[in-house]
Design a binder for this molecule. Structure first.
Ligand code: G3P
Ligand code: CA
Length: 268
């Protein structure tokens, strides 16, 4: 008999730690991945960009001043764009102190360091390509690096990687370069346009405030590039009552800074 396939839509949404468990540790750091792991959270979302000399690093903002000490270390480098710093300069930054002194010295991770840590922890990766239009060719760079780190393997039931972006052209590029890799489009396309997005996106991941149950069902009614229903992961849900309400809309996943809070609310 053929092996049983996982149900495409589960009763309880999958919980994803947003920028790591970023309610408890500085976002997009190894500490945030470990904090998610400590809470039993398998899936971790993070944001990737590229340095001036081509290193892939994790950072949400396109500038460094909110989450690092770049202004202190490099006072004459305003506006502290990720794209203007080298990997060696990036490695000197402290990406933890802003969040709490106990995280002082936490580095800005490279994509490979972060992926290796997730692999060590047995975690999975929802990788957002941030501002890809600023980084021509970043899709191929990401795929090369993840391939070298052993992340481009089989799909269901062993899925452990999804690559997403707000930039549809970038998502399409990932799909074209690596058709087996699962992908997500961040946004809220018109229902009539969903089949077009579903040519290259396995997930359509909207802001939770933009969702209705009908819209979620309309997205899930379309088949994605791998012949399975489009999945819907909602972001960013940070309290229990909202998580319950969003789950009731029928989403497949919830992206949250507080994975324990969301899971506890869903299990009640
Ligand atoms: O994963 C979705 C979410 O991360 C998108 O928003 O601004 O937190 O990257 P942002
Ligand atoms: Ca993100």
């Amino acid at each position: 008999a053929p092996a049983a396939r996982p149900a495409p839509h589960r009763d309880e949404p999958l919980v994803v730690a947003h920028r790591g468990a970023s309610g408890y540790a500085p976002e997009n750091t190894l500490a945030a991945a470990d904090a998610a792991d400590a809470l039993g959270t398998t899936w971790v979302e993070t944001d990737v960009q590229r340095t001036a000399d081509g290193e892939l690093v994790l950072m949400h903002d396109t500038t460094l001043e909110r989450t690092t000490n770049a202004e202190v270390l490099f006072p004459d480098r305003a506006p502290w764009r990720v794209a203007d710093f080298t990997a060696a300069e990036m490695a000197r930054l402290d990406a933890g102190s802003w969040f709490g002194e106990e995280f002082a010295g936490e580095p800005v991770p490279t994509l490979t360091d972060f992926a290796d840590r997730l692999a060590d922890n047995g975690q999975r990766l929802l990788l957002e390509i941030k501002s890809p239009a600023s980084y021509p060719g970043i899709e191929a760079d990401i795929l090369d690096e993840l391939r070298a780190a052993g992340w481009l393997g089989e799909r269901h039931p062993g899925r452990r990687l999804v690559i997403q972006s707000f930039d549809a052209a970038s998502v399409r590029r990932v799909h074209e370069l690596a058709p087996r890799v699962e992908t997500g489009f961040l946004g809220t396309p018109a229902v009539a346009d969903v089949p077009e997005y579903a040519e290259f996106a396995d997930q359509i991941n909207p802001r939770y405030r933009d969702l209705t149950a009908d819209y979620v069902a309309d997205l899930q009614a379309v088949e994605g590039p791998h012949g399975e229903p489009v999945e819907v992961y909602a972001w960013t849900v940070n309290d229990g009552p909202t998580a319950v309400a969003v789950a009731e809309l029928g989403v497949d996943g919830i992206i949250t800074n507080f994975p324990d809070v969301v899971r506890d609310a869903l299990e009640e």
